[in-house]
Design a protein around this ligand. Structure first.
Ligand code: 3PG
Ligand code: MG
Length: 376
């Protein structure tokens, strides 16, 4: 899985570098709420600038429909980047051009016009075979930036030779988002802990009534197979649940509804929205006994303070653990940041879908493209 890195570019003094970054940052009313993805590109930017390169950066932001849309303008990103690295020019949102997602060769030519070198530091977008990811390395000497390099160096070994015990914690709402990861990494892990909305499909597969909790009916059979002894995957499910009574509203404690801890069987109409305190303690013990921990997906609806305890417990255990601790991008990265513990783990991935796909398949279109570059 070797891809060319910055050292493989040779002398970049005075050369024009097209830098594909993932500046797809969360925005609220055009204000950046978390600039991690911008700061995460700085080591690469600094490395290039120190060696005299002239950088044009590009990124997508949100999912505009192939035409300019002021809601997805790069202006807020440009303003922040200008504070951090004023030497860098930033192009407009790549997805304002339909050629980006279509991987249109004409758009690739437009992007590389006048550029000497290409650097991909957009780990979070490298699972997309889009023009800016897979196009330029066909034509220009290319390299992975430091962020992309580090993500691969941290995540790939988890598929093959993690220090044991290796514990994988999966959450989030859907089993169907995690099928490939359960297959690929679950079999390597000593224990797969499951919480979040997805745990109810597993509990249903064991025959538990799950009330009004999330259920993916078409995944029950698959979950049942994984739970069989001899499946090769050692799954640990919650033993208790924090649930909301009928009539309650997620995200609105004032709307009424009762919150109660219960076992694995939920009454009609009750909705499980977090792991219970007993489970949080059990999961904490498993995490503290591990030498490697990978966490992807919250344990409950942590945005609602009534249902944040399970996710917080996992974040705290990750922080306290002396294991090598890795947090997947997306919601779990947002959670560990919300609890102020992001600096206490070894690696917080900048990629949601990308980290899952790399763990699942062991490769990404963006990496494959770099391996095909003229200098590779
Ligand atoms: C992300 O936020 O996951 C990446 O920037 C990729 O964005 P996309 O899912 O819209 O391709
Ligand atoms: Mg995404």
């Amino acid at each position: 899985m070797t891809v060319p890195t910055l050292e493989d570019l040779g002398d970049v003094d005075g050369r024009r570098v097209l830098l594909r970054a993932d500046f797809n940052v969360p925005l609220h009313d055009s204000e950046i709420t978390d600039d991690l993805r911008i700061r995460a590109a700085l080591p690469t930017i600094q490395w290039l600038l120190e060696r005299g390169a002239i950088i044009t950066a590009c990124s997508h932001l949100g999912r505009p429909k192939g035409a300019p849309d002021p809601k997805y303008s790069m202006d807020p990103v440009r303003a922040r980047l200008n504070e951090l690295a004023p030497e860098v020019t930033l192009l407009e949102n790549l997805r304002f051009n339909p050629g980006e997602t279509a991987n249109d060769p004409a758009f690739v030519q437009e992007l590389i016009a006048g550029q000497d070198v290409y650097v991909n530091d957009a780990f979070g977008a490298s699972h997309r075979a889009h023009a800016s990811i897979v196009g330029p390395p066909q034509f220009l000497p290319s390299a992975a930036g430091r962020l992309l390099q580090r993500e691969v160096e941290v995540l790939l070994p988890l598929r093959t030779d993690p220090d044991r015990p290796f514990v994988v914690i999966l959450g989030g709402s859907k089993v169907s988002d995690k099928l490939g990861v359960i297959e690929a990494v679950g079999a390597v892990a000593d224990t797969v802990i499951i919480g979040g909305g997805m745990c109810f499909t597993f509990l249903a597969a064991q025959g538990h009534p799950i009330g009004a909790s999330l259920l993916e009916a078409d995944q029950v059979e698959q979950c049942g197979r994984w739970l069989q002894p001899g499946s090769g995957i050692n799954i640990q499910l919650p033993s208790d649940i924090t649930a909301l009574s009928p009539g309650g509203t997620i995200g609105d404690p004032d709307a009424g509804g009762e919150v109660r801890q219960m076992g694995q069987n939920l009454p009609d109409g009750w909705m499980g929205l977090d792991i219970g305190p007993g489970t949080a303690a059990e999961f904490t013990d498993v995490i503290l006994d591990a030498r490697t921990v990978l966490w992807n997906g919250p344990m409950g609806v942590f945005e609602d303070p009534r249902f944040e305890a399970g996710t917080r417990a996992v974040a705290e255990a990750m922080a306290e653990s002396r294991a090598f601790t890795v947090v997947g991008g997306g919601d779990s990265a947002a959670a560990i940041k919300q609890f102020g513990l992001d600096a206490e783990v070894d690696h917080v991935s900048t990629g949601g879908g990308a980290s899952l796909e790399l763990l699942e398949l062991g490769d990404l279109p963006g990496l494959e493209a770099l391996r095909g570059a003229p200098n590779a």
